[in-house]
Design a protein around this ligand. Structure first.
Ligand SMILES: [Mg+2]
Length: 267
Protein backbone atom coordinates (compact mmCIF):
# COMPACT_ATOMS: atom_id res chain seq x y z
CA UNK A 1 0.00 0.00 0.00
CA UNK A 2 1.44 3.37 -0.89
CA UNK A 3 1.83 5.61 2.12
CA UNK A 4 -0.43 8.64 1.97
CA UNK A 5 2.69 10.71 2.27
CA UNK A 6 6.17 9.96 1.01
CA UNK A 7 7.56 11.50 4.15
CA UNK A 8 5.16 10.63 6.94
CA UNK A 9 6.01 12.46 10.13
CA UNK A 10 9.43 13.75 9.15
CA UNK A 11 11.10 16.12 11.53
CA UNK A 12 9.84 19.50 10.41
CA UNK A 13 8.02 21.46 13.05
CA UNK A 14 5.26 22.13 10.57
CA UNK A 15 4.17 18.50 10.74
CA UNK A 16 1.83 17.38 13.44
CA UNK A 17 1.58 13.82 14.70
CA UNK A 18 -2.01 12.76 14.78
CA UNK A 19 -4.00 10.93 17.37
CA UNK A 20 -3.83 7.41 18.75
CA UNK A 21 -4.12 4.58 16.26
CA UNK A 22 -2.54 6.60 13.53
CA UNK A 23 0.69 4.66 13.47
CA UNK A 24 3.13 6.79 11.56
CA UNK A 25 0.48 8.87 9.85
CA UNK A 26 1.05 12.59 10.05
CA UNK A 27 -0.28 15.68 8.39
CA UNK A 28 1.43 18.74 7.05
CA UNK A 29 0.16 21.69 9.02
CA UNK A 30 -0.84 24.59 6.81
CA UNK A 31 0.99 27.74 7.79
CA UNK A 32 -2.33 29.64 7.44
CA UNK A 33 -0.58 32.61 5.86
CA UNK A 34 -1.29 31.95 2.22
CA UNK A 35 -4.23 33.73 0.57
CA UNK A 36 -6.99 31.35 -0.45
CA UNK A 37 -7.52 30.87 -4.17
CA UNK A 38 -9.70 27.75 -4.35
CA UNK A 39 -12.25 25.77 -2.37
CA UNK A 40 -12.52 22.09 -3.23
CA UNK A 41 -15.49 19.94 -2.21
CA UNK A 42 -16.19 16.32 -1.56
CA UNK A 43 -19.51 15.28 -3.09
CA UNK A 44 -21.30 12.46 -1.17
CA UNK A 45 -22.14 13.60 2.33
CA UNK A 46 -20.89 17.11 1.59
CA UNK A 47 -22.46 18.77 -1.47
CA UNK A 48 -25.10 16.01 -1.42
CA UNK A 49 -26.40 15.14 2.06
CA UNK A 50 -25.51 11.69 3.38
CA UNK A 51 -28.10 8.96 2.99
CA UNK A 52 -27.81 5.43 4.35
CA UNK A 53 -28.55 3.23 1.36
CA UNK A 54 -29.73 -0.37 1.09
CA UNK A 55 -27.08 -1.39 -1.41
CA UNK A 56 -28.23 -5.02 -1.59
CA UNK A 57 -31.76 -3.81 -2.31
CA UNK A 58 -30.47 -1.59 -5.11
CA UNK A 59 -28.45 -4.42 -6.63
CA UNK A 60 -31.37 -6.86 -6.31
CA UNK A 61 -33.63 -4.54 -8.29
CA UNK A 62 -30.92 -4.06 -10.90
CA UNK A 63 -30.25 -7.80 -11.06
CA UNK A 64 -33.96 -8.48 -11.49
CA UNK A 65 -33.86 -6.44 -14.70
CA UNK A 66 -30.84 -8.42 -15.92
CA UNK A 67 -32.00 -11.94 -15.01
CA UNK A 68 -35.05 -12.33 -12.81
CA UNK A 69 -34.40 -16.01 -12.10
CA UNK A 70 -30.86 -15.35 -10.81
CA UNK A 71 -31.54 -11.98 -9.18
CA UNK A 72 -30.52 -12.94 -5.64
CA UNK A 73 -27.34 -14.63 -6.85
CA UNK A 74 -26.33 -11.72 -9.10
CA UNK A 75 -27.19 -9.13 -6.45
CA UNK A 76 -25.00 -10.88 -3.89
CA UNK A 77 -22.13 -11.03 -6.38
CA UNK A 78 -22.50 -7.35 -7.28
CA UNK A 79 -22.62 -6.29 -3.64
CA UNK A 80 -19.55 -8.39 -2.83
CA UNK A 81 -17.67 -6.88 -5.77
CA UNK A 82 -18.62 -3.34 -4.79
CA UNK A 83 -17.58 -4.02 -1.21
CA UNK A 84 -14.23 -5.29 -2.48
CA UNK A 85 -13.66 -2.14 -4.50
CA UNK A 86 -14.45 0.10 -1.54
CA UNK A 87 -12.30 -1.95 0.84
CA UNK A 88 -9.46 -1.56 -1.65
CA UNK A 89 -10.11 2.16 -1.72
CA UNK A 90 -10.14 2.31 2.07
CA UNK A 91 -7.02 0.24 2.58
CA UNK A 92 -4.91 0.95 -0.49
CA UNK A 93 -6.40 4.23 -1.78
CA UNK A 94 -6.80 2.69 -5.22
CA UNK A 95 -9.82 3.55 -7.32
CA UNK A 96 -12.40 1.46 -9.16
CA UNK A 97 -15.27 1.80 -11.57
CA UNK A 98 -18.82 0.56 -11.95
CA UNK A 99 -17.68 -1.40 -14.99
CA UNK A 100 -15.01 -3.08 -12.86
CA UNK A 101 -17.60 -3.98 -10.22
CA UNK A 102 -19.76 -5.66 -12.87
CA UNK A 103 -16.77 -7.49 -14.34
CA UNK A 104 -15.69 -8.75 -10.92
CA UNK A 105 -19.23 -10.00 -10.31
CA UNK A 106 -19.32 -11.53 -13.80
CA UNK A 107 -22.49 -9.59 -14.52
CA UNK A 108 -23.21 -7.82 -17.81
CA UNK A 109 -24.92 -4.50 -17.10
CA UNK A 110 -27.62 -3.94 -19.73
CA UNK A 111 -28.81 -0.45 -20.71
CA UNK A 112 -32.16 -1.20 -19.06
CA UNK A 113 -30.44 -2.30 -15.86
CA UNK A 114 -28.30 0.84 -15.83
CA UNK A 115 -31.45 2.95 -16.09
CA UNK A 116 -32.83 1.08 -13.06
CA UNK A 117 -29.57 1.56 -11.16
CA UNK A 118 -29.57 5.29 -11.80
CA UNK A 119 -33.29 5.57 -11.00
CA UNK A 120 -32.77 3.94 -7.61
CA UNK A 121 -29.78 6.16 -6.82
CA UNK A 122 -31.50 9.34 -7.99
CA UNK A 123 -33.02 10.41 -4.64
CA UNK A 124 -29.64 9.94 -2.97
CA UNK A 125 -27.81 12.25 -5.38
CA UNK A 126 -29.76 15.41 -4.77
CA UNK A 127 -27.84 18.49 -3.81
CA UNK A 128 -27.88 20.18 -0.42
CA UNK A 129 -30.29 23.10 -0.92
CA UNK A 130 -27.62 25.49 0.41
CA UNK A 131 -25.01 24.36 -2.11
CA UNK A 132 -25.82 26.66 -5.07
CA UNK A 133 -25.82 29.85 -3.00
CA UNK A 134 -22.69 28.75 -1.17
CA UNK A 135 -20.83 28.10 -4.41
CA UNK A 136 -22.07 31.39 -5.85
CA UNK A 137 -20.87 33.16 -2.70
CA UNK A 138 -17.42 31.67 -3.06
CA UNK A 139 -17.37 32.66 -6.71
CA UNK A 140 -18.35 36.22 -5.76
CA UNK A 141 -15.27 36.29 -3.52
CA UNK A 142 -13.10 35.52 -6.53
CA UNK A 143 -12.38 31.94 -5.49
CA UNK A 144 -12.08 28.96 -7.78
CA UNK A 145 -14.28 25.95 -7.05
CA UNK A 146 -13.50 22.28 -7.50
CA UNK A 147 -14.81 18.83 -6.65
CA UNK A 148 -12.95 15.67 -5.67
CA UNK A 149 -15.13 12.60 -5.21
CA UNK A 150 -14.30 9.01 -4.35
CA UNK A 151 -16.69 7.36 -6.76
CA UNK A 152 -17.13 4.38 -9.05
CA UNK A 153 -19.35 6.45 -11.33
CA UNK A 154 -18.21 8.15 -14.52
CA UNK A 155 -17.56 11.83 -15.05
CA UNK A 156 -20.55 11.87 -17.41
CA UNK A 157 -22.81 10.57 -14.65
CA UNK A 158 -21.60 13.13 -12.12
CA UNK A 159 -21.75 16.00 -14.56
CA UNK A 160 -25.32 15.10 -15.49
CA UNK A 161 -26.21 15.22 -11.78
CA UNK A 162 -24.50 18.60 -11.33
CA UNK A 163 -26.17 19.94 -14.47
CA UNK A 164 -29.55 18.71 -13.21
CA UNK A 165 -28.96 20.54 -9.92
CA UNK A 166 -27.71 23.72 -11.60
CA UNK A 167 -24.14 23.84 -10.31
CA UNK A 168 -22.11 22.38 -13.17
CA UNK A 169 -21.32 25.83 -14.51
CA UNK A 170 -20.17 26.96 -11.04
CA UNK A 171 -17.34 24.43 -11.00
CA UNK A 172 -13.92 25.34 -12.35
CA UNK A 173 -12.94 21.69 -12.41
CA UNK A 174 -13.53 18.28 -10.89
CA UNK A 175 -11.77 14.99 -10.41
CA UNK A 176 -13.71 11.75 -10.05
CA UNK A 177 -11.64 8.89 -8.69
CA UNK A 178 -13.14 6.56 -11.32
CA UNK A 179 -10.96 8.29 -13.90
CA UNK A 180 -7.68 8.32 -11.98
CA UNK A 181 -5.69 5.58 -10.25
CA UNK A 182 -6.20 6.83 -6.71
CA UNK A 183 -8.84 7.67 -4.16
CA UNK A 184 -8.74 10.08 -1.25
CA UNK A 185 -6.76 10.36 0.93
CA UNK A 186 -3.98 9.67 -1.58
CA UNK A 187 -2.10 12.88 -2.19
CA UNK A 188 -2.22 12.51 -5.97
CA UNK A 189 -6.03 12.68 -5.84
CA UNK A 190 -5.93 16.01 -4.00
CA UNK A 191 -3.25 17.46 -6.24
CA UNK A 192 -5.19 16.38 -9.34
CA UNK A 193 -8.31 18.13 -8.03
CA UNK A 194 -6.33 21.25 -7.24
CA UNK A 195 -4.95 21.37 -10.75
CA UNK A 196 -8.36 20.65 -12.26
CA UNK A 197 -9.77 23.68 -10.45
CA UNK A 198 -6.98 25.84 -11.85
CA UNK A 199 -5.06 26.24 -8.61
CA UNK A 200 -1.38 25.54 -8.16
CA UNK A 201 -0.55 25.78 -4.46
CA UNK A 202 -2.12 23.46 -1.87
CA UNK A 203 -1.51 26.07 0.82
CA UNK A 204 -3.96 28.31 -1.04
CA UNK A 205 -6.68 25.64 -1.18
CA UNK A 206 -9.45 24.75 1.25
CA UNK A 207 -10.97 21.27 1.16
CA UNK A 208 -14.49 20.62 2.50
CA UNK A 209 -15.62 17.09 3.33
CA UNK A 210 -17.52 14.78 5.64
CA UNK A 211 -14.79 12.22 6.39
CA UNK A 212 -12.09 13.00 8.92
CA UNK A 213 -9.49 10.72 7.36
CA UNK A 214 -10.23 10.68 3.64
CA UNK A 215 -11.11 14.37 3.42
CA UNK A 216 -9.64 16.25 6.37
CA UNK A 217 -6.46 14.28 6.97
CA UNK A 218 -5.90 13.79 3.27
CA UNK A 219 -6.25 17.47 2.43
CA UNK A 220 -4.01 18.56 5.28
CA UNK A 221 -1.45 15.96 4.26
CA UNK A 222 -0.84 17.88 1.04
CA UNK A 223 -0.87 21.22 2.83
CA UNK A 224 -4.47 22.33 2.35
CA UNK A 225 -6.78 23.72 4.99
CA UNK A 226 -9.65 21.34 5.75
CA UNK A 227 -13.24 21.99 6.80
CA UNK A 228 -15.32 19.16 8.23
CA UNK A 229 -19.09 18.71 7.86
CA UNK A 230 -19.82 16.13 10.58
CA UNK A 231 -23.25 14.82 9.70
CA UNK A 232 -22.64 11.62 7.77
CA UNK A 233 -23.47 8.26 9.38
CA UNK A 234 -20.28 6.61 8.14
CA UNK A 235 -19.64 3.17 9.61
CA UNK A 236 -16.39 2.24 11.33
CA UNK A 237 -15.62 -0.31 8.61
CA UNK A 238 -16.08 2.37 5.96
CA UNK A 239 -13.80 4.78 7.77
CA UNK A 240 -10.73 2.64 8.25
CA UNK A 241 -8.98 5.44 10.10
CA UNK A 242 -10.37 8.16 12.31
CA UNK A 243 -7.50 10.62 12.20
CA UNK A 244 -8.12 14.15 11.16
CA UNK A 245 -8.40 17.38 13.09
CA UNK A 246 -10.15 19.96 10.92
CA UNK A 247 -9.11 23.59 10.68
CA UNK A 248 -12.81 24.39 10.98
CA UNK A 249 -16.12 22.56 11.39
CA UNK A 250 -19.38 23.76 9.85
CA UNK A 251 -22.84 22.33 10.38
CA UNK A 252 -24.36 23.95 7.29
CA UNK A 253 -22.74 24.53 3.92
CA UNK A 254 -23.64 28.21 4.02
CA UNK A 255 -21.56 28.62 7.20
CA UNK A 256 -18.52 27.97 5.04
CA UNK A 257 -18.67 31.54 3.75
CA UNK A 258 -17.96 33.00 7.20
CA UNK A 259 -15.09 30.56 7.71
CA UNK A 260 -13.55 31.50 4.37
CA UNK A 261 -14.09 35.20 5.05
CA UNK A 262 -12.20 34.84 8.32
CA UNK A 263 -9.28 33.16 6.57
CA UNK A 264 -9.28 35.73 3.78
CA UNK A 265 -8.98 38.53 6.37
CA UNK A 266 -6.05 36.78 8.04
CA UNK A 267 -4.06 36.44 4.86
MG1 LIG B 1 -18.11 12.19 1.42
Amino acid sequence: MPAPSDDPCGTAESRARLSAGSGNLCAVTNDKNEPIEAVLFDWGGTLAPWHTIDLLGVWRSVATVIDRDRADELAAALLAAEDEVWIRSRDEHRSGTLEEVCAMAEVVMTPEALVEYERLWHPHTELDPEAPATLEGLRARGLRIGVLSNTIWSRQRHESIFARDGILELLDGAVYSSEIAWTKPHEEAFLAAMRAAGASDPARCVFVGDRLFDDVWGAQNVGMRAVHIPHSAITASQLGHTEGVPDATVHNLSDLLDVVDGWMKES
